[in-house]
Design a protein around this ligand. Structure first.
Ligand SMILES: O=C(O)C1=C[C@@H](OP(=O)(O)O)[C@@H](O)[C@H](O)C1
Ligand SMILES: C=C(OP(=O)(O)O)C(=O)O
Length: 671
């Protein structure tokens, strides 16, 4: 996950490859609750791991459910409709699929509970559900604002004799909540009447479908009234299916379907393949496929996968503008708003009033951010009209606010295919954790940028200047990859010595360097499967590295390996010739120095802490000797690149140095 203040996505050029989707949020949270209410154990496979499922799991555990997790499989020990814990304070984050159904289930089961969430959850309506539950005799108080969480539940006197009414025009989750909770008390038939238009109907289909899997057969009238009346038959009782698989998330699929529709194919690929969801899906958002086809996407579907490619010029590319009622795909339709940027006219998305009461006011948010990119947007109470920038030169870029809304962040990543080749900055990218924590990793795995567009920040400097720590911290703060090029020389020397090759044998060491099976994981360095981090970071390891790095053959052998680290979304590389030789086109080059005295003091501290005894004077002499050798060597001598910025960190903390580098970096960006 990108836990950074912002994520800059370079202009993307092509896409291709396979994406395995994380589990569906809507199915995961329903299945968890249904399993918890059933008797016996349910093994849930391919469960989504995200913020929304985490709050549900935590709540269930606090209510006395046993949960055993192993990777993406969870075994839920059901409560059999009886609460072990009748008093609890539960935090629901911003998960509508946890807040609403748990409110209904706990209100009916009886007990003293408080349910709250993030500040936005306290602005998301729940009044229609509370009104319905009060008709049943449930005792529910608003702790804050009338009609909104947080809520206090108390034991009430249930009355099940009359049909209950629930409004369906603000959120379908209120009806879903009742449908999932009422089987707990169905000693007689219980009838639910929907008042007004029911929105987001396919989510009710998911609910009915899963209820069936847990033994509850909800009855509905045939014909026009089939969405108005739902009856839970007397004697309904939850029965665990034993095992259940969660499909991939169809709403999450929409970003990759859109990707396939707008991106040129990567070399050797001709499509994006999505695994985990397909034509057999029980999720309504699978119908996003139809909308994407209308816009020009070429999509083949099989029961559990999709294959998408961009239409040919004039036949699907540019995309065709559409005018669509999106009530049945409220979440995935946001993706259409960004596809509209690549369309040949004005796209209108209608019947989306519910967007205003979700993670943020999504109509306002999409309108505001699309306009920042140069689109013309008309916003109505329940619609959006989007006209793309007229020409390449009309595209703009600006930091995109994501409003703690996972879908805003995921949607706008697709703006990186803009024809003006502008990078896109997303603020607070970690908000994707609500439903798809590794979204950006998945995106970067199937997208390509032209190499020159992938930014590199070079941090060169003499030994013990702190360039490794500075580069690593800068990389972490930007969400970029990190290349410790010095480690490559250390590992080459280490591997050569292991193989009995003399460090003076330039060709021999180069041969080893060329096929070096080196891997970095955080601050650990692996040679094949062996963690060699400690072994290579000794003083002797440094001397050996300095020796082999003087061989032009070895430097040449490591060049391709180093270039390979230039990957999306960017790279911070530290070494001695990053800015001069390896990445001469880097948009920011730092030459980091500190006085020999300061460097010697730092190194002394390090060595003392490792239990080595030596003196500062001795270390300073060694450093100066090494500087002289590195600066005077004929190949790639240590020197600042002509366009490097000098940073003397003698009196700076590592954070202050990183602030300076990031400040300079911001200055090179177009935002
Ligand atoms: O029941 C569900 O799983 C959902 C229903 C929809 O909400 P509304 O019914 O409020 O539109 C959808 O937007 C949400 O992401 C998930
Ligand atoms: C509306 C959404 O979430 P929630 O389940 O919290 O309603 C969503 O995921 O887009």
């Amino acid at each position: 996950m990108f836990d950074t203040e912002f994520l800059d996505i370079p202009p993307l050029a092509r896409a291709g490859g396979t994406v395995r989707l994380p589990g569906s949020k809507s199915i995961s949270n329903r299945v968890l609750l249904l399993a918890a209410l059933s008797e016996g154990e349910t093994t849930v496979h391919d469960l989504l791991a995200s913020d929304d499922t985490a709050v549900m799991l935590t709540a269930l555990k606090r209510l006395g459910c046993s949960v055993r997790q192993d990777g993406d499989t969870a075994v839920i020990g059901g409560l059999g409709g009886r609460l072990v814990q009748r008093k609890a304070t539960l935090f629901m984050g911003n998960a509508g699929t946890a807040m609403r159904p748990l409110t209904a289930a706990l209100a009916l089961l009886g007990g003293e509970f408080e349910l709250s969430g993030v500040p936005r959850m306290h602005e998301r309506p729940i009044g229609d559900l509370v009104d319905a539950l009060r008709q049943l005799g449930c005792a529910i108080d608003y702790i804050g604002n009338e009609g909104f969480p947080p809520l206090r539940l108390r034991p009430g006197q249930l009355k099940l004799d009359a049909p209950i009414q629930v409004r369906g025009d603000v959120s379908s989750q209120f009806l879903t909540a009742l449908l999932m909770a009422l089987p707990l008390v169905a000693s007689r038939d219980i009838q639910i009447d929907v008042v007004g238009e029911l929105i987001s109907r396919p989510y009710i289909e998911i609910t009915l479908n899963l209820l069936k899997r847990f033994g509850i057969h909800v009855q509905r009238p045939a014909g026009a009234d089939s969405w108005q009346r739902f009856t839970i038959p007397a004697g309904s009782r939850y029965q665990s299916p034993g095992e259940i698989h969660v499909e991939g998330d169809a709403s999450s699929a929409s970003y990759f379907i859109a990707l396939g529709a707008i991106a040129e194919s990567a070399a050797g690929q001709n499509s994006i393949e999505i695994l985990g969801v397909g034509a057999d899906s029980i999720q309504g958002d699978i119908r996003f496929v139809e909308a994407a086809r209308l816009m020009g996407a070429q999509i083949d579907s099989s029961p559990n996968s999709l294959r998408i490619s961009r239409g040919k010029p004039g036949q699907g590319w540019p995309l065709k503008a559409i005018d669509l009622d999106c009530n049945h795909i409220p979440d995935a339709a946001m993706t259409l708003a960004v596809m509209a940027l690549y369309a040949d006219g004005t796209t209108t998305l209608r019947n989306i009033a519910s967007w205003r009461v979700k993670e943020t006011d999504r109509i306002a948010a999409m309108a505001c951010e699309l306009q920042k990119l140069g689109a013309t947007v008309e916003e109505g109470a329940d619609y959006l009209k989007i006209t793309p920038p007229a020409q390449r030169a009309d595209w703009k870029t600006a930091p995109i606010h994501t409003y703690d809304d996972h879908r805003v962040a995921m949607c706008f990543s697709l703006a990186a295919f803009n024809p003006a080749q502008l990078p896109v900055r997303l603020l607070d990218p970690k908000c994707v954790a609500k439903t798809f924590p590794d979204y950006f990793e998945a995106l970067f795995a199937v997208t390509e940028a032209d190499t020159a567009c992938i930014p590199v920040i070079c941090v060169d400097g003499p030994t013990a200047s702190g360039k490794g720590s500075l580069a690593a911290l800068t990389a972490q703060r930007l969400g970029y990859h990190f290349l410790d090029s010095g480690a490559l020389y250390r590992v080459s020397a280490f591997a050569a010595t292991r193989a009995g090759v003399s460090l003076d044998d330039a060709a021999g060491v180069a041969r080893i360097a060329r096929a070096l099976p080196v891997q970095f994981e955080g601050d650990r360095v692996f040679l094949a499967d062996e963690d060699v981090s400690e072994a290579i970071r000794t003083e002797a390891g440094g001397m050996a590295a300095s020796k082999v790095s003087a061989h032009p053959e070895v430097r040449a052998a490591l060049l391709a390996l180093q270039h390979g680290f230039r990957q999306l979304p960017g790279l911070v590389a530290d070494g001695r010739d990053m800015g001069t030789i390896v990445f001469p086109d880097a948009p920011l080059k730092i030459y980091l120095t500190a006085s020999a005295r300061h460097r010697a003091e730092r190194r002394h501290k390090q060595l003392i802490s490792k239990g080595n005894s030596t003196t500062i004077v001795r270390i300073q002499q060694d450093l100066e000797a090494r500087d002289a050798r590195d600066m005077s060597r004929p190949v790639a001598p240590l020197k600042p690149a002509d366009d490097a910025r000098l940073l003397d960190n003698s009196d700076l903390s590592i954070e202050e140095s990183a602030d300076q580098v990031i400040g300079w970096w911001q200055g090179t960006r177009p935002f």
